[in-house]
Write a protein that binds this ligand. Structure first.
Ligand code: ASP
Length: 325
């Protein structure tokens, strides 16, 4: 039996990489910072401790690995891609393996990635066979004159990236959530937050953001959310990098990720001031949250719903992973 609130740990894939210690990372001299998320939304406090603990350990493992890469001098762009690939591979989250089901019982995945200094970005949506959508988004950034490619146009860039049958993305938990959605026949009842994202500042002060998702349980085929929409669910410039999660329509209608940057650029807000005001004032209550990092390595992770799977680390020794406030 699968618990539809994600609280049955029996359905979860256990893949907990070895962790470096926070002290190892903070002993490096140059400044870096990273935050990741695993989705925001209805995450009830009754979530069983094993399931909560499992997700926290995945977040800790990913942030540890990403921090080590930043400390060794890798670019923010490469590190956010690497972090999101790891989260796509973790079946606990709604991206790559473990993506939610569409109304028709399939998976349509989407991802975006953006580098702040150059303003280059790439995004892909309506993907049905690409195992790691963020890798394809990176190919769009690197190889295409376009920003957002859908379906076949995106999959033409697949090259040597791994492709899998669509049902490879299935998990028992997401199938059960889809069954519940069909019975309720209402998106308002759909469970299954857990979009993933990463934002980072590297030792050269450059910023990048990446986000990946299966979207929302029961979405109609062809529905595209905020994740691959540059400026809505994903943004990076020279001031900040932002990755959002929650009700995509609200993030699109408010250009949420870009509005954080705009508040800093035109309103003089701090990172935390800008991020908090977007989440608490621009987005409707209960609609989600975001992670953001600025060019000084400050991190902000506000949300306006029950919880957000999130983790942060930096070169000063910060190391945390949390679900609720
Ligand atoms: N923002 C995603 C979407 O609407 C879902 C999520 O973040 O939970 O597709």
């Amino acid at each position: 039996m699968v618990c539809l609130n994600d609280n049955d740990s029996s359905s979860l894939n256990r893949r907990i990489p070895q962790q470096a210690t926070c002290a190892t990372m903070s002993s490096m001299s140059k400044t870096w910072a990273i935050a990741i998320h695993g989705g925001a939304g209805v995450i009830e406090r009754s979530l069983c401790p094993e399931a909560a603990d499992l997700r926290i350990r995945v977040l800790e493992a990913v942030i540890t690995s990403a921090g080590a890469h930043l400390a060794s001098g890798q670019s923010a762009l490469d590190v956010v891609e690497h972090a999101v690939v790891q989260l796509e591979e973790a079946a606990e989250f709604n991206a790559g393996k473990g993506a939610v089901f569409t109304a028709e019982g399939r998976h349509e995945l989407e991802a975006a990635i953006m580098e702040g200094r150059s303003g280059t970005c790439g995004a892909a949506c309506l993907l049905t066979t690409v195992r790691n959508p963020v890798r394809l988004a990176r190919r769009v950034l690197d190889q295409s004159p376009h920003v957002l490619l859908a379906g076949q146009a995106a999959e033409q860039l697949v090259g040597d990236l791994e492709q899998v049958p669509n049902d490879w993305f299935d998990t028992e938990l997401r199938r059960a959530q889809w069954s519940q959605w069909k019975q309720a026949s209402s998106e308002a009842d759909a469970r299954g937050p857990a979009t993933v994202g990463a934002v980072a500042m590297d030792i050269n002060g450059h910023l990048a953001a990446a986000t990946s998702t299966g979207g929302r349980t029961g979405k109609p085929s062809g529905r595209i959310g905020d994740t691959p929409m540059i400026g809505a669910g994903t943004w990076a410039d020279e001031r900040c990098a932002v990755s959002g999660t929650g009700h995509g329509e609200a993030f699109m209608a408010t250009a949420a990720a870009h509005t954080v940057a705009a508040r800093m650029a035109y309103g003089g807000d701090s990172l935390d001031g800008a991020a908090s005001r977007v989440v608490q004032e621009a987005l409707p209550p209960g609609s989600g949250g975001l992670i953001a990092v600025d060019a000084h390595g400050e991190i902000s992770m506000p949300f306006n719903c029950e919880g957000m799977y999130r983790a942060a680390a930096d070169s000063k020794g910060r190391f945390e992973a949390k679900i609720w406030t």
